[in-house]
Design a protein. Structure first.
Ligand SMILES: Cc1cc2nc3c(=O)[nH]c(=O)nc-3n(C[C@H](O)[C@H](O)[C@H](O)COP(=O)(O)OP(=O)(O)OC[C@H]3O[C@@H](n4cnc5c(N)ncnc54)[C@H](O)[C@@H]3O)c2cc1C
Length: 487
């Protein structure tokens, strides 16, 4: 592996850990596990390790179908991580004794109307220019692969290399692997970074306990820009980007409802459906700039079900088992911040935005290499946190005000005419569990709204959502603006 020296390896400073990782989402956990495997004494601070955005994420490993113009450098990192996945999974399952639901199923991306097809054709052209493997199919060929697709599907792309993993099981396996590797867990928030003689030297936890460490990794997801004690200009410019998802169950009698990941552009709106071997079917996702609000909204759920129904009319027969919202840690250029900061001893592993699950293997590898040798592997050099002149976190207050959220359904193209009255997942639809959402909100937002999965006809259309719908604790966000990407 080619490496670049960016700092001398840090020695352990007094009693304590070699490394303190702040944040036990999948990114902090993989960093901790890999560093511990290489002989470092590692501690993780997080009140709920294995939680975070991965509780909600769909788990597509979508280096190819997630390609966007201007993200070629990120593509290289995404592809590097995708290549590592099979070996990474084998090693993690062995180390943890748990399966992570890795499924090499490939992806089909389809289009519904002529404009959607034109958009997908553009993506195909970008794939070909970039040397990626993707094949254009007619609507009939798409339906041959996935017979449940609606007759209106106009064409699509078959991408053989975009697979899936179950992010919840990935998080649980990483916790178990860390425990077996001797990682110490402090089940608490870190409140302040400790800085001694201009060097990060650990953190003080929420209960006042100091944890000393030779090096600190800030991996607190969308909250990474809010840690106390980090000097101005060093805080990573990470913001929360809310995503809502719906989980259905495919009863054995209907299986296989879908046999690969399905992505689509439905009248300008992006949507995906990820079918797990367990029978779970994840439909996602909105993309909303709402601060730390994790409210599940009627409008968000309605739009997902409406578009999924246009694609796969049979979904209205499936039990609705869960709705949820999570926060992607977004960065200004949609790429992660990996490596040393301007403060000696402090590194970041954050800003993975919509690709954190995909980027888990490569992140663990490069961060462990940095922590052990002081050298940042070449694969990560384009993603140094110091590429940004940083300002304090951009979104609003975590504690937020009353009725401040202005919920908007902000998937790409929301605002184009929808199909009224097509979502029919109301109470009584499907079998057991229908209408009883167990919303799994992540992050520090407000409570989810009970009963919000009961979406009926006449629910809010594109871009709708009444004022004041955020519950107490909903954040005063940076304002609702349509984010460019769907997950
Ligand atoms: C709806 C949705 C769909 C997604 N789909 C996909 C997908 O299909 N494929 C993909 O690759 N990615 C996907 N993602 C993105 C992926 O889930 C994230 O990029 C990834 O989970 C980020 O992990 P993280 O560990 O950096 O942050 P988080 O998951 O946010 O974890 C951060 C952790 O830090 C802890 N923490 C915060 N502050 C502190 C503190 N001060 N002290 C201690 N602990 C702290 C939190 O408790 C949390 O556990 C999706 C995300 C969402 C929301």
């Amino acid at each position: 592996m080619h490496t670049e020296t960016v700092m001398p390896p840090a020695a352990r400073v007094g009693p304590g850990a070699d490394v303190l990782v702040i944040g036990g989402g999948i990114i902090g956990l993989v960093t901790a596990w890999r560093a511990a495997q290489r002989g470092l004494a590692v501690a993780v601070a997080d009140p709920e390790p294995g939680g975070g955005a991965a509780r909600v994420a769909a788990g597509m490993l979508a280096a190819v179908t997630e390609l966007h113009y201007g993200e070629e450098q990120l593509l290289a990192l995404n592809l590097a991580s995708a290549r590592r996945y099979p070996e990474f999974v084998a090693e993690l399952e062995e180390a943890s004794g748990r399966e992570v639901g890795h499924r090499s199923c490939g992806t089909l991306a389809v289009a519904l109307d002529a404009d959607d097809r034109a958009e997908l054709r553009e993506l195909h052209a970008l794939h070909l220019r970039t040397g990626l493997d993707s094949e254009w199919l007619t609507g009939r060929e798409c339906r041959r692969l996935e017979p449940m697709l609606a007759p209106g599907v106009r064409g699509g792309l078959r991408v053989g290399d975009d697979h899936q993993v179950d992010p919840r099981r990935l998080g649980a396996a990483l916790v178990a692997a860390c425990e077996r590797a001797g990682v110490v867990f402090h089940r608490s928030f870190a409140e302040r970074l400790t800085v001694v003689r201009d060097r990060a030297a650990g953190a003080v936890l929420a209960d006042g306990t100091p944890v000393a460490a030779g090096q600190v990794v800030l991996a607190a997801g969308s909250l990474s820009g809010r840690l106390g004690g980090v000097p101005e200009g060093v805080l990573p410019p990470v913001r929360p980007v809310k995503g809502q998802v719906v989980r259905l169950a495919v009863p054995p009698a209907y299986a296989p409802f879908l046999s690969r990941n399905l992505r689509a552009v439905v009248r300008g709106c992006h949507i995906y459906l990820v079918p797990r071997e367990s029978g779970e079917l994840v439909i996602g996702a909105t993309s909303e700039e709402q601060g730390w609000d994790t409210t599940v909204t009627a409008g968000g759920v309605y739009e997902l079900l409406r578009d999924a129904h246009e694609l796969l009319p049979g979904i209205t027969e499936l039990p609705l088992v869960e709705t949820g919202a999570g926060l992607r840690p977004g960065s200004p250029d949609n790429a992660p911040l990996l490596g040393p900061t301007a403060l000696p001893g402090l590194h970041t592993a954050t800003g993975h935005y919509r690709n954190g699950v995909l980027l888990t293997p490569v992140t663990g590898e490069v961060m462990a290499e940095l922590l052990v040798t002081g050298e940042l592997p070449e694969a990560a050099r384009a993603f140094l946190p110091t590429r940004f002149v940083t300002r304090p976190a951009v979104a609003g207050s975590v504690s937020g005000g009353q009725g401040a959220a202005r919920p908007t359904a902000t998937r790409v193209g929301a605002g184009r005419p929808g199909v009224p009255g097509t979502a029919a997942a109301g109470p009584g639809t499907g079998g057991p569990g229908a209408g009883h959402p167990a919303a799994a909100g992540a992050g520090a937002g407000g409570p989810d709204i009970p009963g919000s999965a009961a979406v009926g006809r006449g629910a809010a259309g594109p871009g709708a959502g009444g004022p004041g719908a955020g519950g107490p604790g909903a954040a005063v966000g940076a304002g609702a603006s349509a984010a460019p990407l769907p997950r």
